[in-house]
Design a protein around this ligand. Structure first.
Ligand code: BV8
Ligand code: ZN
Length: 235
């Protein structure tokens, strides 16, 4: 089952990788649409929006504070480490939808954070942005020195992807000679369009997931845990 995907990865000169919440599930961080996908009575698409933040910044901050607390307890797993090792062996463009920072902590040298990073805060008024890894934060919502609210430096639903991240990610998807998609339900766009951008050029797409997704009829689908399968793909 793994011979062909391993051969593709080993012979590739540039591997683009897209990861989602599934790669961090084994680090104890709940995914969005799996069993633990609900938070209180909200769906992520309802609470992770700029309108929700404007309407009730404290409620949205409580959701992200709970995420910061679970992420602070998490450690990178063998799946994250395998991708960091792959980057030591060949050219890798690692694109993640995750905001947990675990790829960088696992040693991946460059990470395109397609949806931002939960440890960075940015001001809703002035251009102030900073890392703040305190858990818990002293006050919710945190305030900027200019008096406005600070928000997580992440992409909420209805917001655009940072242009430099989008440009680099689609550029890699269109120029790589192997595409690896790991632990994503492939329902959130534009991230979910990245594998298709590789497929359009005839690039092989290898998919690692516990269960099939909308991509799986067009990918080399490997069913299983990322922490078990990714180390197997290294040569
Ligand atoms: C945009 C925030 C346009 C940070 C996230 C209606 C209204 C508004 C927008 C839309 C709309 N309809 C469609 C849209 C577009 C929308 C979208 O795609 N919605 C979806 C729900 C239909 N997209 C957007 O809004 C994007 N922006 O389109 O802007 C625009 C254009 C011009 C001008 C203005 C605007 C912005 C999208 C970014 C949203 N922010 N996160 C945060 O809280 O994290 S997305 C959120 O979902 C997370 O980032 C997450 O990463 C992402 C995707 O989820 P997955 O990572 O795939 O996680 P999921 O739980 O779904 O799946 C986990 C998978 O892992 C499963 O398949 C499971 O089987 C597998 N798995 C589990 N364990 C393992 C495993 N696999 C392997 N091993 C394991 N151990
Ligand atoms: Zn400010």
């Amino acid at each position: 089952m793994l011979e062909l995907p391993r051969k593709i990865i080993c012979e590739a000169s540039h591997v683009a990788v897209l990861t989602g919440a599934g790669i961090s599930a084994e680090s104890g961080i709940p995914t969005f649409r799996g069993g633990g996908g609900l938070w209180r009575q909200y769906r992520v698409e309802e609470i992770a929006t700029p309108e929700a933040f404007r309407r009730d910044p404290r409620l949205v901050w409580e959701w992200y504070e709970s995420r910061r607390e679970s992420i602070a307890r998490a450690q990178p797993n063998a799946g994250h480490r395998a991708l960091a090792e792959l980057a030591r062996r060949t050219k890798v463009t690692l694109i993640t939808q995750n905001i947990d920072g675990l790829h960088a902590r696992a040693g991946s040298p460059e990470v395109i954070e397609f949806h931002g990073n939960i440890w960075r805060l940015r001001c809703t008024q002035c251009c102030d942005a900073r890392l703040d890894e305190r858990v818990p934060l002293p006050e919710l919502p945190p305030a900027c020195s200019c008096g406005a609210w600070l928000r997580p430096d992440i992409v909420l639903f209805g917001e655009t992807i940072p242009p430099d991240a989008s440009y680099a990610a689609f550029g890699a998807a269109r120029s790589c000679d192997a595409f690896l998609v790991v632990g994503t339900s492939a329902v959130v766009y534009p991230a979910a369009a990245l594998p298709g951008a590789a497929m359009e050029r005839g690039t092989p797409v290898i998919e690692v997931n516990l269960e099939p997704t909308d991509l799986s009829d067009r990918t080399l689908f490997l069913q299983g845990q990322a922490s078990k399968l990714l180390p197997e793909l290294l040569c």
